[in-house]
Design a protein around this ligand. Structure first.
Ligand code: PGA
Length: 258
């Protein structure tokens, strides 16, 4: 019912030349793949080159950005608008990644404005939520995720179109310490119930919820075996064609129970 989605967050990595090299390898490795949606999120500087590399092919790979501003244009030095992303061939955009919340003080209000701005240009937002280690150890995981979702979705109207959620516990990002499949599934189920509560059965059960945080070729199968995991948001392991390709392929197999 919900087709798997694997998104690679390249963060502040890859020059244009390196990005082209990686996308060419990925294109080759993903040729003819079905039953999985693949998204790569290069830095702004490589978006055009990556989109162009995918233009002439029947590749199942889509392009996403890592952030956006909520206005369409204007005096916002250094920012990039949803219209500009659309113009560069983006179909997805990550919103509210924990690194943006942590290092750039992004709030739930900013997340809600960015979500609406993305949808206004037909971009699918991948909205990130997740607790810190201190919050998990203090038993606050569910309340933090609920606050982020309620805040981010304030003023949200499901008629605006598709949105994807990524649960990324901060303590698992880039640390090599991933949540156990059961821990991830428990929070995903909580998120799904909240979505059903907020937006009704249909929207709640169709919305894809990805897991992120130290996903790699060794743990992907056990993660994807969990019923509430609809895919993954991958950082470090998406920077190499081989590891990202393995994650993509394992996501298809697990879904089909092979
Ligand atoms: P990681 O990053 O896979 O390197 O832990 C995930 C993310 O931040 O999206």
């Amino acid at each position: 019912m919900r087709s798997p989605l694997v998104a690679g967050n390249w963060k502040m990595n890859k020059t244009t030349g390196e990005a082209i090299d990686l996308i060419e390898k990925l294109k080759e490795g993903c040729e003819g793949l079905r039953d999985v949606e693949i998204v790569v999120c290069p830095p702004f500087t490589a978006l055009q080159a990556v989109s162009q590399a995918l233009l002439d092919s029947l590749s199942p790979i889509r392009v996403g950005a890592q952030d956006l501003h909520w206005e369409i244009r204007g005096a916002y030095t250094g920012e990039v608008s949803p219209e500009m992303l659309r113009d560069l061939g983006c179909q997805f955009v990550i919103v509210g990644h924990s690194e943006r919340r942590q290092f750039f003080h992004e709030t739930d209000l900013a997340v809600s404005k960015k979500m609406a701005a993305a949808r206004s240009q037909g971009l699918i937002p991948i909205v990130c939520v997740g607790e810190s280690l201190e919050e998990r150890e203090g038993g606050k995981t569910f309340s933090v995720v609920e606050r982020q979702l309620r805040g981010g979705f304030s003023g949200w109207n499901p008629d605006l179109g598709e949105v994807v959620i990524a649960y990324e516990p901060i303590w698992a990002i880039g640390t090599g310490r991933n949540a156990t499949p059961e821990q991830a599934n428990e929070v995903h189920a909580f998120i799904r119930h909240l979505l059903i509560d907020l937006f009704g059965e249909e929207v709640g059960s169709l919305t894809r919820i990805l897991y992120g945080g130290s996903v790699n070729p060794n743990n992907i199968q056990s993660l994807m075996a969990q019923p509430e995991l609809d895919g993954t948001l991958v950082g470090g392991a998406s920077l190499q064609a081989e590891s990202f390709g393995q994650i993509i392929k394992a996501s298809i197999k697990s879904t089909h129970g092979l």
